[in-house]
Design a binder for this molecule. Structure first.
Ligand code: MN
Length: 289
């Protein structure tokens, strides 16, 4: 397992100093991988990112949420194409960085929808993911569709829905991404959905119920780590936390980050690294797999 951290713990701005702060911060806190939110691909200094990853011996992945203008699940073909072009640019950057995963709400806009998804929109999104999976596959990249709560998508709110969705897409490198923060809102628990998604699970986010310090909210992490051990999960486990102390001009508002849950990202990161590794170690000792 690779233990990772979302860059928004360290910076909301991905200019050169922001990249340095995030990548060096993740390495210093003891992580194996950093997840970069690539909301604006034109902003990334790819050469510097690569250099910093090498210097700090850190792996990398990327996540994003689409906007309405880039919605590949739109009934409007022009919008679908714009979204596909954007995701293609991100995939190309990830290939240069040597990333293995592009995850998150890559299949629709992130935000509360007024209506259920239409059949046409659903089909358009799945067809776009099939086309994108060819390019991603050639670059050794798996696409993970993140299951999020009802206020952030009208397509995938549960692991069961996501398993059916990726089966309908029908590509080996389009898989399921689960997040404890969202599971805590929508699922019956943290154990069964992971078992249900076992064969399709490619990426895991670890977040507390209020997205702050792990262990200070209501998420049942013990069940989650037991389930991951039970299925022999070996992919990335990435800590995700947001506070109004670190603001990404686009992402923070999309995610409704209005509260200051922490101000010291370095302390938060080191704490989460210990928390995750301690639980993985604990469940290893009972030999579930
Ligand atoms: Mn997440």
């Amino acid at each position: 397992m690779q233990i990772g951290i979302h860059a928004s713990v360290f910076t909301g701005v991905f200019d050169d100093p922001g990249l340095r702060r995030a990548i060096e911060g993740a390495a210093r806190a003891g992580y194996d991988l950093i997840e970069l939110p690539i909301m604006r691909p034109e902003e990334y200094n790819v050469a510097l990112t690569r250099q910093l990853l090498d210097d700090n011996a850190l792996g990398v992945s990327a996540s994003l949420g689409l906007t309405e203008e880039l919605n590949i699940s739109s009934p409007d073909e022009r919008v679908v194409r714009a979204g596909e072009d954007y995701l293609t640019r991100v995939i190309d950057i990830l290939q240069e960085l040597g990333a293995r995963h592009l995850v998150g709400v890559i299949y629709c806009p992130m935000g509360k929808q007024a209506l259920p998804i239409s059949e046409e929109g659903l089909r358009n999104g799945q067809a776009a993911l099939r086309r994108l999976s060819d390019r991603a596959g050639a670059a050794g990249i798996t696409l993970g569709v993140e299951v999020v709560n009802r206020y952030e998508t009208n397509i995938l709110n549960t692991a069961k829905q996501a398993v059916e969705y990726v089966q309908a897409v029908g590509r080996d490198n389009v898989k399921v991404h689960l997040d404890s923060y969202h599971m805590n809102i929508e699922e019956s628990g943290l154990f069964e959905p992971i078992l249900r998604a076992a064969e399709q699970l490619t990426y895991v986010h670890i977040g507390e119920s209020h997205r702050g310090y792990l262990g200070s909210g209501t998420v049942d992490f013990d069940s989650m780590f037991r389930a991951l051990a039970h299925i022999g999960y070996d992919g990335p486990v990435v800590f995700e936390s947001f506070s109004s102390a670190v603001v990404d001009p686009q992402l923070s508002s999309m995610l409704a980050i209005w509260r200051n849950l922490w101000s010291d990202g370095d302390d938060l990161a080191a704490h989460a690294n210990r928390f995750i590794r301690d639980r993985i170690r604990a469940v290893e000792t009972i030999g579930m797999h």
